[in-house]
Design a protein around this ligand. Structure first.
Ligand code: NDP
Ligand code: MG
Length: 379
């Protein structure tokens, strides 16, 4: 049995990871973490009997301790508790499924113990890609992508990176594909939270609607596959069946296909280089019958172009892009800013941000706070 830790175990990716554990029966859960969902964490403790868990919310940790006093599970708290769960000696693989930049520190803790990282938390590479990669090299920690597009690219490259010419990253287009900026100003949180193909956490669902998610994924891909943004072409593919493609120097294009179900890339990241039993229904191309492709409408959805600019600017600019987005999405979900303001606020924060070369973790944290402050001021 491979031993795993799941950070963010109560979320969309976290619970689907535990579904993969149930289906494959190939993994033993060593540690878990969540923020405040005590009820779900209690049931996960009773089912998987992990050695340790951590809740970042102190009050939730206190409550959980009382609830599971009859089990053998140790309950830790705060970000230090999550880092301890991430670095636990017994786990071979750590699934990083915390949402937002909050996932960065625990991911670095897991890396410092040379663990395999099954990386779902894209904000980790977006905000601190260079530092994370350097650390992974230093501690010999493998990073295997969980994000469906990056899993597809990873599988399609299949150790032939020296022949790689271009990446074609697919995007569902989200619930507002084909809509113009005027329509988008009236989008409510309820409308944005209805994704056509994927059932995900609230933040990434809004990111998919603004196309910030594709922007984050392009930045993530530059780090994972050592490729410049100009060699990554985003293409809208409404059906989310082709999860991404790569073009090699001879003109061959290789793609990975599958039903839109995150259990597939999660299972692959856990089993790599092996493959496991089926974790989802098989792909039926005749039933799907049509696959469609379109260019991104950069006028209505400026998020991708802004992300490319942030990647080219380098330094802390991607952390600014991410921090402004996290803060703006939070405000949008509370009804405190308009849908279209999300990308406007990102742009404003990027315009005002200082240019910093060779950014340290402290510079990145400062840039994140700076971007959040701009959003607060402008909203
Ligand atoms: P969810 O919002 O569903 O889950 C987030 C998890 O992180 C929960 O366990 C939550 O705990 C925990 N959490 C929230 N805030 C904090 C914090 N400040 N510190 C520590 N833990 C925290 O998110 P998703 O599962 O949708 O996404 C997780 C990551 O995976 C994101 O980076 C996303 O971009 C990426 N991803 C997600 C995909 C998907 O299909 N969902 C697809 C590809 C990538 P609690 O429940 O207690 O609040
Ligand atoms: Mg994705």
């Amino acid at each position: 049995m491979k031993k795993i830790s799941v950070l963010g175990s109560t979320g969309s990716i976290g619970t689907q990871t535990l579904d993969v554990v149930d289906i494959t029966k190939e993994y033993q859960v060593e540690t878990l973490s969540a923020h405040s969902n005590v009820a779900l964490m209690e049931s996960q403790i009773r089912k998987y009997a992990p050695k340790k868990v951590s809740m970042t919310d102190e009050r939730a940790a206190k409550d959980l301790k009382v609830r599971v006093a009859d089990t053998g599970t140790l309950v830790l708290s705060g970000i230090d508790g999550v880092c301890e769960c991430a670095a636990d000696n017994d786990a071979d693989t750590v699934v990083t499924a915390i949402v937002g930049i909050a996932g960065l520190k625990p991911t670095l803790s897991a890396i410092s113990k040379g663990k395999r990282i099954a990386l779902a938390n894209k904000e980790t590479l977006v905000t601190a890609g260079e530092i994370v990669k350097k650390s992974a090299k230093e501690y010999n920690a493998e990073i295997i992508p969980v994000d469906s597009e990056h899993s597809a690219i990873f599988q399609s490259i299949s150790n032939q990176e020296k022949f790689l010419k271009k990446i074609i990253i697919t995007a569902s287009g989200g619930p507002f594909f084909g809509k113009d900026r005027i329509f988008l100003t009236a989008v409510t949180p309820e409308m944005a939270l209805k994704h056509p193909n994927w059932n995900m956490g609230a933040k990434i669902t809004v990111d998919s609607a603004t196309l910030v998610n594709k922007g984050l994924e392009i930045i993530e891909a530059t780090h994972l596959f050592d490729i410049g943004v100009d060699y990554i072409q985003p293409v809208v593919h409404r059906e989310s069946i082709i999860h991404s493609l790569v073009e090699f120097c001879d003109g061959s294009v290789i793609a990975q296909l599958g039903v839109p179900d995150m259990k597939l890339p999660i299972s692959y990241a856990l089993s790599y280089p092996e493959r496991s039993v089926p974790v989802t229904k098989p792909l039926d191309l005749v039933e799907i019958s049509n696959l469609s492709f379109y260019n991104i409408d950069n006028e209505a959805f400026p998020a991708v172009e802004l992300a490319k600019k942030a990647a080219k600017d380098g330094g802390v600019m991607c952390a600014v892009y991410n921090g402004a987005n996290e803060a703006a999405v939070e405000k949008f979900l509370k009804g405190e800013c308009k849908f279209t303001q999300i990308t406007e606020l990102i742009e404003k924060a990027m315009q005002k941000a200082p240019r910093i070369e060779n950014a340290t973790l402290e510079d990145i944290a400062d840039a994140d706070s700076f971007a959040r402050e701009i959003v607060k001021e402008c909203c």
